[in-house]
Design a protein around this ligand. Sequence first.
Ligand code: ACM
Length: 628
Amino acid sequence: MKYLLYIVVFLAFNTAGAQNTANQLIPQPVEIRQNNSAFNLTKAASVAFNNPESLHLAEMLVLRLNTATGFGLKAIQSNKGTIQLNLNQVPDPKLGAEGYVLVSTARGVVITANKNAGLFYGMQTLMQLLPMHIAGKSVVKMKWTIPAVSITDYPRFAWRGLMLDVSRHFFSKQDVMQYIDEMAKWKFNTFHWHLTDDEGWRIEIKSLPKLTEVGAWRVQRYGHFGDREVPKPGEAASEGGFYTQDDIRQVVKYAAERNITIVPEIDVPGHSMAAIASYPELSCKKDTATRVSPGMNFIDWYGNNTFKANVENALNPADENVYVFLDKVFTEVAALFPGQYIHVGGDECYKGYWAENADCQQLMKKLGIRHVEDLQGYFMNRVEAILKSKGKKLIGWDEILDGGISPEATVMSWRGIKGGIEAAKMGHDVVMSPTTFAYLDYVQGDHTVDPSIYAGLRLKKCYSFEPVPEGVDAKYVLGGQGNLWTEQIPTLRYAQYMTFPRAWALAEVYWSPKESKNWDNFIRRVETQFERSDVAGLNYSKAIYDPIVTTSLKSGKLLVTMEAEAPGLEIYYTIDDAMPDNFTAKYSQPVQLPNGPITLRVIAYRAGKPIGHLITLKRDELEKRETK
Ligand code: ACM
């Protein structure tokens, strides 16, 4: 009886004292069992590791624990510690290279894994099991409890990536390391670094100094990307930056310590205006007036992936000097990045200048190629041979399939999932990062609230992503990633806003078992991670609290539907030019809009308090939505 009382009192204390962090984890572990006790982390604790190879991990953990607890814990090599990081003597096949087992009891926490990568992921889970204040940057006096759990966890996919575009906006080395640090917390293991594009070349190539002397800099412009004024003749280029090779080595090492492989991207043959501004002889027209684009509009888009570039931004595939150039670039890139892959872009290459070029026409004749589009296949095969000579594997956007590529090439599906399906059926390895589910540059909330860009992508849609399409053999799908293009993203803080919470959805899609997918459970966990992010100073979008307003036409009248992604919201609206609050009309079913110059104003409430943004939509905007 006394024992039972003790348990009841303990549980009451435990639940009153702290949130149950065991059901807040992202990504959801493969197996988690919770027991009725808890571990209390105190000053007397130690962090021990059983293999000297894990010293840096123990030191990293100690640093993170000490920051908020102020305990001054130490890392020691031992088989006995309050928190134990143990590498298995005999590998557990179920865990693979990245899996771990975490067992916490009243006595302490033991993490075991086959490899350091697994220990690292066990540590990330441990941090999420601690109270949210552990994510803070200053010491907090509180009880640091960890619920008693047994977790067995390992990833569904080997490739769990995020891409950051540092060309459209330059992000400092420190920004990049911070981004990598955040990725690691959600168990991403691949950082795709989009290093070159029309708007800037960001990696020092010592044998081609103009790439960064000229190509890393553009004229100063403000305002909406794509609408900016073209460079004036003689105008100084003062905006930009690049990474020295020492910077790159530092970032590579930092990432490796966090189990992140970097896949550098050199985007060719298109998206190469910065390279051409540096070395105009690499293009067909060899126009020495070519400048790095400051975000001007130089492409006419005709829809259905057809377009015309009004400024030349592709390398000339018929010029042998282009391959000499690429050999130099890839020699240095291959030496800097230890991973097996180099991404060579291949996307959105306008071939109009090739079609008009005598050397290209002659090359086509020689190769028996009838369509200029197929010259891309020739180019990509030459690039692949260069990469092979450096011991690297080629990965490219799904356009690399056009004109043919060797079966060893890995295809990154971005124009939806069809490129990935086609590639996998041809026996290519594929990485899925379709615009439809994984483009983190797309607007998360209402496009009248969030800064507008090409398209929208809600959190729920991201979470619904299934990377192995029907009819595709899963063995060809290495995994997936989210892509953050930065045309409209000038700062790291805004990059975080665009990345989270959608990257949490993708982290779960790429790590957790398909069978455990559950939106209601996920969105509840997202909200707990919001609180943690507030403590950590990590920015994120709250678009889940913004009503989703869609319209349809019924008997000639506009019917307005309002929904929200977050649970437990009440949606209030007005159509009479009053400001909405929780005393105005409450949404319960589609609203028929009366005729006239109506403006809809809508806001969500939770527990009597406004939450999310006020959305204001005039009749013409609502009418435009009707077809969307
Ligand atoms: C891409 O989004 N152009 C790959």
